[in-house]
Design a protein around this ligand. Structure first.
Ligand SMILES: Cc1cc2nc3c(=O)[nH]c(=O)nc-3n(C[C@H](O)[C@H](O)[C@H](O)COP(=O)(O)O)c2cc1C
Length: 399
């Protein structure tokens, strides 16, 4: 295995991961009051057990107002910064690396929760989300699990809620969001993270600006390819100015089909523009640490509306970027080995198998199978399905 690129070191911005398997960002809903607990630190420490592993945190709210789900961590107050400090330290103790993913939900938020906190439910334009939010997915999963275990006492599966009309952000509010990304990035670095990943994927606020179906603005933040990309690039530039390009990554998912205006409209022009602009900045000395690309075959695990256009192909985008690239979505050992041998600047993001397998890197290095993952504990509270997945040695002892 050691002759394969997957298990060779690679430079990513300022850090040098010792292999090319990256823990992809994974929301787990285990941070009460938006503060990561010691259990969260333990979870990441386990997954950082192979020295030199790049861990990307679960998506983390940049402000309370940018949030809108319970039990998701933030990086906007001192308690959160201190808690992330413990997480970063526990990852660094393993000689591994840590980027924090910065999240703003836009119209994917739970409006009721924002109402309770006194925040606006926002989007680029006053167009309701065609998808369902994670809160509904969670509830539905709970009922389905109950029904599987209690066939004699079936509960009705909750109906999909009708999504409310969001408030279209004013220009002033957009500028405040850019500042909030910057402050969150500074907070992440203050907490000891090696960098941040701007979450510009999967139908959340920044991607809502890129997509014609959700952005029908007529000011300079919409109406053309350049204008729809203005928010993304403004956030990139502001974060880079604050913490440095080599500490900044970005996640993009061009083929998410519901983000398109209609099935026939192609993301090629819009996302190529973003890739070209990021590449131009790279050539001018501001090369981002990486671009993290979600493959069209990826599914988000449990969100029935997170459907990617599976006929899409990222090849056109990959050609436009000459820096470090992470690709994620459906990779297994064989496909990860083949992909990294074919592209020497590539890293592979792994989601679900990193949930189930704390020693995934060590196992794959030996060609061993990962643990199977249990979907029903992806979003449930506590240690079950979180920190209790066994390492290979524990399996051997048990056998
Ligand atoms: C439980 C769960 C939570 C996720 N949370 C996030 C997240 O916070 N941010 C993000 O960008 N992607 C998120 N994703 C997507 C993953 O990062 C990844 O792209 C996806 O799982 C496909 O990779 P896989 O096939 O290796 O699981 C999540 C996926 C799952 C299954």
């Amino acid at each position: 295995m050691s002759s394969r690129n997957l298990f060779k070191p690679i430079t990513v911005g300022k850090i040098v991961p010792q292999h090319r398997l990256v823990m992809a960002p994974l929301t787990r809903f285990r941070s009460p009051n938006h503060v990561p607990t010691d259990l969260v630190a333990q979870y990441y420490k386990q997954r950082a057990s192979a020295p030199g592993t790049l861990i990307i945190s679960e998506a983390t709210f940049i402000t309370e107002a940018a949030g809108g789900y319970e039990n998701v961590p933030g990086i906007y107050n001192p308690a959160q910064i201190a808690a992330w400090g413990k997480v970063a330290a526990s990852i660094h103790e393993q000689n591994s690396f840590f980027f924090i993913q910065l999240w703003s939900l836009g119209r994917a938020a739970d409006k009721n929760y924002l109402d309770r906190l006194g925040h606006k439910y926002v989007a680029p334009s006053a167009i309701p989300n065609p998808g369902v939010n994670v809160k509904y997915v969670q509830k539905k999963q709970e009922v389905e699990d109950w029904n599987k275990q209690h066939p004699e006492d079936l509960k009705p599966v909750p109906e999909e809620p009708v999504n409310p009309v969001p408030h279209a952000l004013t220009e002033e509010e957009i500028l405040a969001y850019i500042d909030a990304f910057v402050q969150a990035a500074k907070n992440a670095v203050a907490a000891g993270a090696d960098g941040v990943e701007i979450h510009n994927a999967n139908g959340y606020l920044l991607e809502q600006f890129l997509s014609e179906s959700s952005n029908q603005r007529t000011d300079k933040w919409g109406g053309s390819v350049e204008n729809r990309a203005r928010f993304t690039l403004a956030v990139v530039d502001a974060v880079v100015a604050a913490i440095g390009a080599e500490r900044t990554g970005i996640r993009l998912s061009p083929w998410r089909s519901y983000a398109q205006a209609d099935e026939s409209s192609s993301p090629l022009e819009q996302w190529s523009y973003v890739f070209n602009e990021l590449e131009r900045r790279g050539r001018e000395g501001k090369r981002l640490a990486y671009i993290h690309l979600v493959e069209p075959r990826a599914d988000l695990g449990s969100n029935p509306h997170a459907i990617y256009n599976k006929s899409g192909d990222n090849a056109a985008f990959v050609k436009l970027w000459s820096g470090s690239l992470i690709r994620a979505g459906g990779y297994k050992l064989e496909s990860a080995l083949a992909a990294t041998d074919a592209d020497a600047r590539l890293l592979i993001g792994v989601g679900r198998y990193f949930i189930s397998t704390p020693d995934l890197v060590a196992r794959w290095r030996l060609g061993r199978e990962p643990n199977p993952y249990n979907r029903s504990t992806f979003y449930s509270p506590g240690a079950k399905g979180y920190t209790d997945y066994p390492f290979a040695e524990e399996l051997q002892v048990a056998a």
